[in-house]
Design a binder for this molecule. Structure first.
Ligand SMILES: *Cc1c(COP(=O)(O)O)cnc(C)c1O
Length: 500
């Protein structure tokens, strides 16, 4: 398109051209090519990059502060800053050796899908504005509902993560099960539940003392008998039990609750059963995972995190609700300046199913990799993760001085070192030192957690699509070497612990 002449009424005769923001085809291509060259070399070196390199991070973060610049900086200089300093100064969450927290890896396909979605900038908040794009989100949610065994009435929404999915689930249950004056409502979680449930309760307006933490059993599973007792006590106290959360892969230990038993209690007591499957949900693609998650099809709602066990880049969670209309009742609000919602029965307005109106067309980032490959390689990758976690746990168990605290139900387990004569805080310090030594080797990155019944334990979560046998072997080797090192140094362990 040719440049039009500046109109004669232009108030300013000099200064930057407002059309500068409209890039030419050549510039667009060059921008993506240059970024792509950086991305490719970043990916090629991923396995040899350090696992953690946050030293100097505070200084770097502060050094970037500046007032809004009036003039631009050349793109290649900015790329150099981003790839040279900003990204390397970090935990390497995309590395195959990253076995900390809950990894995922970040599929490149989704990055390309985002580029397409953002570069075409279609409106996917209401179906009328981009029917097929809105439908793509509904389709992936349908796939997930089918995977979980939920009925045809089920529906849901893609969120930015599991936290918002847990929040919308709680708000939906509150709307369905409690009166408008809901402060007597009580929420039940296990002592292994993710803290985002407490946050959801806080945001939804429940006082902190309306969240009951139910003790877990020796396998870190919510105890249905303790749940029933707590419900009875709360009813006796005039409260209104309404919401219970089952874990399908708890973040600290990977525990999978007996979802069938919790569903029985929920059915008897009239509670809404929410299953937090942010970590474990997509293991339903595998035979072993499906067996472990038995009962999940009885949930009223399920949280999934495609940015965990579906390997997507950060920013995609999902809430699936057994009765999509319940989700709509809790979230739909109309305004006269919007097009009429839901005039066609089988098409969905995503804005009616969640808190957001305008949002990225996020269905595409889930749909593209699944359409390109089908489910098979995802299933194979998840099966591989189960095998790897079991192999690593076996190797750790076979190492004198080390013990498994939480067996791998899916692909996460927890262990610790035992040291003669050490217990309590001293033993915790020993284990923290062990973990620091492992991480210092920069081949794998592990995190730990404090379990009330045990003390400090080290977690191994195998979940990146990039993690294979050699990485898990490196993990075991480094744990054994660090353990031997500490053992040789003996009681000096305590002084070796540096604060995180
Ligand atoms: C990660 C996680 C969450 C929170 O999800 P985000 O995507 O981080 O918001 C909730 N529950 C469980 C079990 C998780 O592992």
């Amino acid at each position: 398109m040719g440049r039009r002449k500046r109109p004669s009424f232009a108030p300013e005769l000099s200064g930057p051209d407002p059309r500068l923001l409209e890039l030419s085809s050549d510039t667009m291509r060059a921008m993506v090519d240059q970024a792509m060259a950086r991305i490719v070399s970043h990916h090629e070196t991923l396995p040899t990059q350090p696992l953690h390199a946050t030293a100097g991070g505070k200084k770097l973060a502060r050094a970037l502060r500046e007032p809004l610049p009036e003039r631009g900086v050349p793109y290649d200089r900015l790329l150099r800053l981003i790839f040279g300093r900003v990204i390397p100064t970090s935990l390497n969450t995309a590395s195959p050796g990253y076995l900390a927290y809950i990894p995922g890896g970040g599929l490149f396909h989704s990055a390309v899908a985002d580029l397409i979605a953002d570069a075409t900038n279609r409106y996917a908040g209401v179906w009328l504005a981009a029917p097929a794009l809105a439908e793509i989100e509904a389709i992936v949610v349908r796939w997930f509902a089918d995977l979980l065994g939920l009925p045809a009435t089920a529906g849901g929404v893609l969120t930015t993560g599991g936290s918002l999915a847990n929040f919308s689930a709680l708000v939906t249950a509150r709307r369905e099960r409690l009166p408008p004056d809901f402060l007597r409502g009580v929420i039940y979680v296990s002592d292994q539940a993710h803290h985002s449930v407490r946050k959801a309760a806080l945001l939804a307006g429940f006082p902190p003392d309306r969240v009951r933490e139910i003790p877990s059993d020796e396998r870190f599973r919510l105890r249905p008998d303790a749940l029933e007792r707590a419900i009875a006590e709360d009813r006796a106290a005039g409260l209104a039990p309404f919401f219970v959360v089952g874990n399908a892969g708890a973040t600290p230990t990977g525990a999978v609750d007996d979802l069938g038993a919790i569903a029985d209690v929920a059915a008897r007591e009239g509670l809404w059963l929410h299953v937090d499957a942010a970590y474990g949900g997509f293991f339903a693609l595998t035979t072993r995972g499906r067996a472990a998650l038995a009962g999940i099809d009885r949930a009223d709602s399920v949280t999934l995190d495609p940015h965990k066990s579906l390997f997507l880049p950060f920013g995609t969670g999902c809430l699936v609700v057994r009765d999509r209309e319940a989700l709509r009742r809790a979230h739909a609000v109309h305004a006269d300046y919007l097009p009429p919602m839901q005039t066609v029965d089988d098409l969905v307005d995503p804005c009616d199913l969640g808190p957001e109106l305008t949002r990225d067309a996020r269905g595409l980032r889930v749909w593209l990799p699944l359409k390109m490959h089908g489910a098979a390689p995802f299933r194979a990758a998840l099966d591989e993760k189960i095998d790897l976690a079991r192999a690593a746990a076996d190797a750790i168990r076979a190492t004198p001085g080390l013990e498994i605290v939480a067996e791998p139900e899916l692909s996460l387990f927890a262990f610790r070192a035992r040291w003669p004569g050490q217990e309590g805080a001293a033993l915790d310090a020993w284990n923290r030192a062990l973990m620091s030594r492992v991480n210092a080797r920069q081949r794998v990155f592990l995190t730990g957690t404090l379990l009330a019944s045990v003390g400090f334990v080290i977690r191994v979560c195998v979940l990146s699509f990039r993690t294979h046998r050699e990485h898990v072997d490196a993990c075991v080797e480094d744990v054994r070497a660090a353990h031997a090192e500490l053992a040789a140094e003996g009681s000096g362990a305590r002084s070796l612990t540096r604060p995180a």
